[in-house]
Design a protein around this ligand. Structure first.
Ligand SMILES: NC(=O)c1ccc[n+]([C@@H]2O[C@H](COP(=O)([O-])OP(=O)(O)OC[C@H]3O[C@@H](n4cnc5c(N)ncnc54)[C@H](O)[C@@H]3O)[C@@H](O)[C@H]2O)c1
Length: 346
């Protein structure tokens, strides 16, 4: 993994050194417009072919993969070809899946362009696609050949998408230590510079340390799902509303509810929860949900991938950096936590 202020030289070095038989690039409409021009000169030298997809989570499906696999075949891609994923988490997830399955796996390079992809989706090796409405149901765990993080790509990312990725960075703070948690609050406004790059580096290393402990999510890696059990339910329920929340926005609210559970079940320090909820209310879009949506949220949680034997499972905290995975609160406690979250957002 490399953090770069400019990408042209490093990409040229990388492609020259590896002598790939052919180079393919995946973009979506936005990264094609804003990010591709910054690497186009190098890509032209290597005769790269660009696949440009429609932007949005709706593209992350098997039909898109089939069409790319067929195009790769038609264009003569072989085991020595490489796929470069230039985009947010939708592109790195889908491109990683296409690459690790095409001819049983070709190299792929992630160049994340969104905050979420920089701090989270581009590393750790999880790739995948959605199966209808079910998120990330089909995928692989295979790490990219390399990851190039160029913070200046964030200059063209809109505020809501920045915040969505920033929420995962705050999550990393909760999983690490109080200093990192408090430090993360300072980056709620995007500002390029050495301090910001250092913040990204720390975030990626927090994720890498947890992934290295448990690459296949049997134990500690489950903690990266902190905020996600309730967050995914909020994301799904708002998906068809007038104001759908982005993934990280929903996780940010999910963390409020799961902190409430952490306080009530494991004695997590209440003042840190209160501080976080204040921060959330001031900076994030609230879910436009009502107290009578609790039952629908519970129903969605019952379908969560992490459940076992019909029990809804959570990744909670005893303290900042002290984990409890596979927690099974009773349904009343979950309902109280969701009510707390909804009231905080009202
Ligand atoms: N594999 C993992 O470990 C992991 C972890 C977290 C999330 N994810 C996945 O990541 C996805 C969400 O990621 P995301 O928020 O990056 O979504 P995304 O890729 O859809 O990007 C969000 C929006 O920002 C635009 N965009 C990206 N970079 C831009 C730039 N530099 N300038 C202007 N616009 C830009 C995109 O075109 C899109 O419209 C979800 O599919 C989620 O499941 C994966």
């Amino acid at each position: 993994m490399k953090f770069l202020s400019g990408i042209v030289d490093e990409l040229e070095r990388f492609l020259s050194k590896q002598a790939y038989s052919s180079v393919f690039v995946l973009t979506d409409a936005n990264t094609n417009k804003h990010c591709l021009p910054k690497v186009e000169s190098v890509l032209k030298k290597f005769g790269a072919h660009v696949f440009n997809l429609s932007a949005g989570e709706i593209t992350k499906n098997i039909d898109t993969c089939i069409s790319i696999w067929e195009d790769l075949n038609r264009l003569g891609a072989d085991r020595s070809s490489i796929l470069i994923n230039l985009g947010g988490g939708m592109i790195t997830d889908l491109g990683g899946f296409v690459a690790t399955t095409y001819k049983r796996g070709i190299d792929y390079l992630n160049i994340p362009t969104s905050m979420l992809a920089m701090v989270d989706a581009s590393s750790g090796g999880k790739n995948g696609i959605n199966l209808g409405a079910l998120k990330n149901q089909v995928g692989t765990i295979t790490s990219p050949t390399d990851v190039f993080i160029v913070p200046s790509f964030l200059n063209t990312l809109d505020r809501r998408n920045y915040l969505s990725g920033f929420a995962e960075a705050v999550k990393h703070g909760f999983l690490n230590d109080v200093n990192q948690l408090k430090r993360s609050y300072n980056f709620v406004e995007f500002r390029l510079g050495d301090e910001f790059t250092d913040f990204l580096k720390t975030n990626v290393s927090i994720k890498q340390i947890i992934v290295a402990m448990d690459p296949f999510e049997k134990a500690e890696r489950k903690m990266l799902n902190f905020g996600h059990t309730i967050g995914h339910a909020v994301e799904s329920l708002t998906a068809n509303s007038a104001n759908p929340l982005l993934h990280g926005e929903a996780v940010a609210w999910g963390m409020a509810a799961e902190l409430f559970l952490s306080v009530s079940m494991y004695g997590f320090p209440q003042h840190l929860m209160t501080e976080y909820v204040d921060f959330l209310r001031h900076n994030f879009e609230a879910p436009l949900l009502q107290i009578n949506d609790i039952q629908s949220l519970m129903e969605l949680m019952r379908q969560d991938k992490k459940n076992r034997g019909g029990q809804i499972r959570f990744s909670l905290l005893r303290d900042v950096g002290t984990f409890v995975y596979d927690a099974v609160p009773d349904e009343k406690a979950i309902g109280d936590a969701v009510a707390f979250m909804l009231e905080a957002g009202l």
